[in-house]
Design a protein around this ligand. Sequence first.
Ligand SMILES: Cc1cc2nc3c(=O)[nH]c(=O)nc-3n(C[C@H](O)[C@H](O)[C@H](O)COP(=O)(O)OP(=O)(O)OC[C@H]3O[C@@H](n4cnc5c(N)ncnc54)[C@H](O)[C@@H]3O)c2cc1C
Length: 505
Amino acid sequence: MPDAVDAVIVGSGIGGLVAGAMLARYGRRVVVCESHGIAGGAAHGFERRGFRFDTGPSFFCGLSDRTSLNPLRQVLDALGETVEAIAYDPLGHYHFPEGTLPIYGDAARYREAVAQFTPTGAQELAQFEQQMLRLYEALRGIPTLALRADWKLVSTLMGRYPLALLTLLPHLRLIRGSVGDVLDTWVRDPFVRRLVDLECFLLSGLTAAGTVAPEVSFMLGERSRSVVDYPLGGAEAIVAALVRGLKTWGGELRLNTHVEEIVVEQGRVQGVQVRGGDRLLAPVVISNATIWDTYTHLLKPDRLPATYRQTALDTAAIDSFMHLHLGIRADGLEGLTGHHVVLHEGDRPLTDPGNTCMISIPSVWDATLAPPQHHVVHAYTLEPFVSWQRDGDYAHRKHAKAEPLYRALERVIPDVRQRVVQEMIGTPLTHAHYLRRDRGTYGPAIPAKQGMFPSPQTPIAGLYRVGDSTMPGIGVPAVAASGLLCANTLVSPQQTTDLLNQLGL
Ligand SMILES: Cc1cc2nc3c(=O)[nH]c(=O)nc-3n(C[C@H](O)[C@H](O)[C@H](O)COP(=O)(O)OP(=O)(O)OC[C@H]3O[C@@H](n4cnc5c(N)ncnc54)[C@H](O)[C@@H]3O)c2cc1C
């Protein structure tokens, strides 16, 4: 029987959608199977009583700037899609026990704000940022759209971007190094060291010592040289644009289509077995499920070399989350800003569950996300998955664990509890269920210098992986890059060159 399609993608997270849409853009017949009734994975949106909630990401960059290095932006351009977004500065406020620091994209304003806490620290921070921004500028010369995950990359880069490659050479150590190394060289001030740790934690789930330098270079570069912006309509507007792009280029998205098994015979992928009986044949299957879900639930154990499988499954996982989704009355909150991070106790590790709370109130940028005179709020904090079960204590425990989130919100909106008109509390069990993620994890904990996120290839011919447990890592720009790397690896360098020419990159 002929293959029904060229590639099946398991999962419609940003990584899966980018891989699928880009392969469709390259002319491949593609089907994306999504287990959930809504596309987008961690980036999906949902509605309750007129409030539109983001489930996960709310911090984006470069959506409205063609010069941005954000791979997602490059993908949207390649698909002919746009996402309307609103730029804002300050990007957020960090609420430390000793006071509140506004975070500005504008470098001079940011330094002034830090100097209010520590003048020496502000100078050290400027030196630290200078190092990181040099790498951002060097990365500028090679668009992510040109990258692939096999040896053919070398000839593509040498042929098309020889000067940019030369510019990158002096930064090789930094590219492979950790933010902690740069921090140790340039910053002594404890306030600034903790600030950088916090920013790393928000990106990678790890502190500076564990975070790879290019990730922070990218963040600092985008926010000071490009733009931080929020998509009108919420994160789901990005998902919708990718789905439109997938369909425009002939791809198909099947919702409520849970893949039970990736079918492998004689070491080669044959397709997927869908719950309910259908088998979809394809020579290529791309799993957007996490590394643990893919190798535990989707593949029979004997399909992989035992040691490879065990090593993959032993990858450490970052914790899951407690979530608080609120609809609140907005009267008297005219000066409210959209992003806040609250650190409750300065002498406790910021990675401790409940100690660092992230808050986003996207209706300050897009009023259509909430009914008139209301705001939509998402607050979350790390929470381990272990020991959560739906027993008699579940409801009580859930409310108790939401307390640090309410206390964090009170730093921003002191009477928030009296304003609530809609409340939903999510636990790691909720997170694991709706995002279909093993233990509801944020992603792999692979510290810089102790390993690298795996490439899209697997030991099984025709089986590839994308998303936040593959290269380059966690976060929307990173998983978009993972989808791109995978799609490019599956086509000829000439096809990518043609696309780059069309886009003028
Ligand atoms: C609370 C939170 C806040 C965040 N904030 C930000 C932020 O502000 N900025 C940022 O850049 N990043 C942020 N992130 C990180 C970012 O959202 C994720 O790294 C990224 O969206 C993950 O995308 P992914 O492609 O790896 O897959 P996922 O989003 O995990 O999607 C995988 C998809 O596969 C589907 N699936 C799994 N198994 C099957 C199966 N067997 N059959 C069919 N389908 C299946 C799932 O249902 C899911 O839709 C945040 C994450 C969280 C959780």
